[in-house]
Design a protein around this ligand. Structure first.
Ligand code: DI6
Ligand code: FE
Length: 424
């Protein structure tokens, strides 16, 4: 970057910052003593303070000095079920008493209990119940969140969920990317008739979702307790016909060859993957399909089979992390806790964990040109942290050192207690 690259005027100049740009794969991309300029919501200059041209400061309409705080790209939570009603604390007790997730589902609980709660909630109530979770994420550096439907399981309620997701994105300073997950579970009224339900998903729901522009992607649950690869292939074909990208809950509880199916359709991501096999990993690598790992669900369900991280790393499959924020298997809104769990339980490194919530999460949404790193031209979405080094983000188990969340150059969250989160 040469001095002449600095624009004539900029909206904001951020000084006294340490930058972790994530701009080079698998590295923090650290710029100690950094500076960053933002104009019209985009990063227009960044580098070491020593290379900041003389005369840059007066060109800024406002200057923020951050006394050496760390700045990372805004966190991206690329797999959530954040819009839902009620909770499943009772099922947590059943899990603790030894019941498995599949047993609870077969007994009429599981996803279907949340479906009942969502169907019984008004759109306004569903919106109100979801706000707190989004606010918690904003306060932990999240600037973009993917939100799935999948607890409505009929046209009216699936569309209701997606409208709530859209409304959250309009009313709060986070980008919401909505995903249609009609093929999440078989609704009770279709018991024994899964193909008829898939007919409804592809014949009525996907066209309605596409017509209203309510989602950019279609997801499905490929599993013994959900849908078969053949059924999901029909869903993916319909998605493709309507110009929607696809992604898949794959290999969570068993190896169903979902990753290979996802790769065949050029999926953005295949998610969970505890039971991924070598052929599936190779297919994902070839298709550029991102692996989204969900350490909260692994932990909560007391899974023992870990996703094959070494295999994916060896194959060059990009790995993202996400909260999976949902009432049944991952009742959390904390990306930082997920980073810690992924390091401890999956053998992810701290820098991979941060890449998993930034650049690779952006890839999992097909948005790596816009978000995920601190680079000139990218959106000025970033998080400011009261930490001494970036590894601290994955190190702490709880606590929230986020001082500020910045979206499109604007401060959208400011903590009064960030320093308390450091426990020191
Ligand atoms: N896998 C999950 O972990 C979530 N959905 C899915 O397909 C769990 C959803 C739930 O139990 O409510
Ligand atoms: Fe999920």
């Amino acid at each position: 970057m040469t001095p002449s690259d600095f624009p004539a005027t900029v909206d904001t100049l951020w000084l006294d910052v340490r930058l972790a740009t994530l701009a080079h794969q698998a590295q923090y991309g650290i710029i100690e003593k950094g500076a960053m300029a933002v104009d019209k919501g985009r990063i227009v200059w960044l580098g070491s303070i020593e290379t900041l041209p003389a005369g840059a400061v007066p060109k800024a309409r406002s200057v923020h000095r951050l006394d050496n705080a760390w700045v990372t790209p805004g966190l991206i939570d690329c797999h959530t079920h954040l819009v839902h009603a009620g909770n499943r604390a009772r099922e947590f007790e059943m899990l603790l008493n030894g019941a498995t997730y599949e047993e609870i589902a077969h007994a009429g609980g599981g996803i279907i209990s949340t479906v009942n709660a969502v169907r019984n909630a008004s759109e306004a109530d569903l919106y109100e119940q979801s706000i707190g979770r989004l606010k918690a994420m904003l306060a932990e550096g999240v600037t973009t969140v993917e939100i799935k439907s999948g607890y409505g399981l009929d046209t009216e309620n699936e569309l209701k969920m997606l409208r709530v997701a859209r409304q959250l994105g309009r009313n709060f300073p986070a980008t919401v990317m909505a995903t249609f997950l009609g093929a999440h579970a078989l609704p009770p009224e279709y018991k024994g008739r899964p193909d008829a339900y898939i007919d409804l998903v592809i014949g009525e729901m996907i066209p309605a979702v596409a017509a209203d522009g309510l989602a950019t992607a279609v997801d499905a649950f490929c599993e013994r307790i959900a849908f078969t690869p053949v059924q999901i292939e029909r869903v993916f074909s319909a998605a493709r016909q309507h110009g929607l990208r696809v992604k898949l809950h794959a290999e969570q509880l068993s190896d169903s060859n979902g990753a290979a199916l996802a790769a065949r359709f050029g999926a953005l991501s295949a998610d969970h993957l505890e039971h991924l096999n070598a052929a599936g990993a190779a297919d994902m690598a070839a298709a550029g399909t991102v692996a989204v790992l969900l350490p909260g669900a692994y932990y909560f369900l007391k899974e023992t089979c870990k996703p094959p991280v070494d295999l994916m790393r060896g194959q060059g499959v990009p790995m993202a992390l996400s909260t999976d924020c949902n009432p049944g298997t991952s009742p959390t809104t904390s990306p930082l806790l997920m980073m810690n769990m992924a390091c401890v339980n999956f053998g992810i490194t701290p820098v991979e964990a941060l890449a998993g919530f930034t650049i690779n999460a952006a890839r999992a949404l097909g948005m790596q040109d816009r978000w995920g790193t601190l680079e000139v031209g990218k959106h000025a979405d970033f998080a400011v942290w009261d930490i001494d080094e970036p590894v601290e983000l994955a190190y702490r188990m709880g606590g929230n050192p986020c001082r500020m969340t910045v979206k499109g150059g604007e401060i959208v969250f400011r903590s009064s207690t960030a320093k308390l989160g450091r426990h020191d």
